[in-house]
Design a protein around this ligand. Structure first.
Ligand code: ATP
Length: 299
């Protein structure tokens, strides 16, 4: 099994602040890190470090951030299909983090929304039945829907993280096998959290729903099957950026390497992996290493 991740690549500029700013208020901050980020890239990096053959399809502009993204991606065990687009700004995220590990993030999506559909479809033409197609909310609505349908037509298992929130998600659910949502996404998209939210998404066609809840851990609900809760692994959180992406990447890699859909073991592996991420500053640099993921997946 392989994973095809089609999503964004961005530079994360992380600024430490004492508290998140109120509207209209200027506050002081300190540059904490500048790192490779973007939800698509994050999830792909974790899957690849986990030992799953992972193809990343993404797009950048043709500027200084693009060069940094390429340098950093080249250090990862990924099969890269990155379009470089003239006249487009490479995406970046401004991440504000507080001393208690809370964060607020603003992400630009100019490059992600310009991802050429032909490049993504060309990559998918190499996919086999049972491979994972992994997507998030940064690409344009039509592109996302077309790719999910194309993946389904090839017999791929589609996994989706509906973030950042977009109005077009509602029409995607029938093409999604596995959905990963945090608490605020669950409230916005399913109108509730926990079992009720999972049932609402199952009714729309999603086979497996994963609901993450920070230090309260995570739940896996399988349509017509079990509802499992896995507690978070205790960690001294200093920067939670990328916790959700680490969780999703590790859960999918754990399941794919054992040839199947998500199970309790995959969720436990994901909890252990994301506990490592929250205890370190930054995005890519905070993710578990290949050795750390190998040790987690052996458990
Ligand atoms: P982020 O946006 O910060 O990447 P998220 O909001 O998408 O994260 P969360 O539900 O906050 O997702 O976290 C995902 C998982 O990461 C949780 O289910 C939990 O296993 C782990 N996690 C998050 N915060 C902590 C923490 N403080 N300590 C230990 N584990 C944590």
């Amino acid at each position: 099994m392989r994973a095809f991740v089609i999503g964004n690549a961005a530079i994360d500029e992380t600024i430490s602040v004492d508290g998140l700013p109120e509207p209209g208020v200027s506050i002081l901050g300190r540059i904490a890190s500048r790192d490779l980020g973007g939800k698509g890239t994050n999830q792909a990096v974790v899957m690849a470090r986990g030992g799953l053959e992972t193809i990343l399809v993404s797009a950048t502009g043709d500027d200084f951030r693009s060069a940094t993204i390429r340098e950093q991606l080249a250090e990862e065990p990924l099969d890269l299909r990155i379009s470089r687009l003239a006249g487009i700004s490479t995406d970046f995220s401004m991440v504000l983090t507080t001393p208690d590990g809370e964060n607020s993030i603003v992400t630009t999506t100019e490059a992600a929304e310009a991802l050429p559909l032909e490049a993504a479809l060309a990559a998918l033409s190499e996919a086999s039945s049972g491979d994972f197609l992994v997507m998030q909310g940064n690409l344009g609505g039509e592109t996302t829907e077309t790719l999910l349908k194309a993946g389904r037509a090839r017999g791929m298992v589609t996994a989706f993280n509906p973030s950042p929130l977009r109005p077009y998600f509602e029409r995607l659910w029938p093409f999604i096998d596995i959905a990963f949502l945090n608490e605020s996404e669950s409230l916005s998209l399913a109108g509730s959290t926990g079992g009720k939210a999972a049932e609402a998404l199952h009714a729309k066609g999603v086979r497996q729903v994963v609901l993450t809840a920070g230090t309260d851990g995570a739940m896996l609900s399988t349509k017509g099957g079990d509802f499992i809760h896995v507690p978070a692994v205790k960690a001294k959180a200093i920067d939670t950026t990328g916790a959700g992406d680490t969780f999703m990447g590790a859960a999918l890699a754990s399941a794919a390497l054992r040839g199947g859909m998500l199970d309790q073991r995959a969720i436990s592996h994901a909890s252990a992996a994301s506990a490592l991420t929250v205890a370190r500053r930054g995005t890519r640099r905070a993710f578990p290493s290949r050795d750390e993921l190998a040790a987690i997946f052996a458990g």
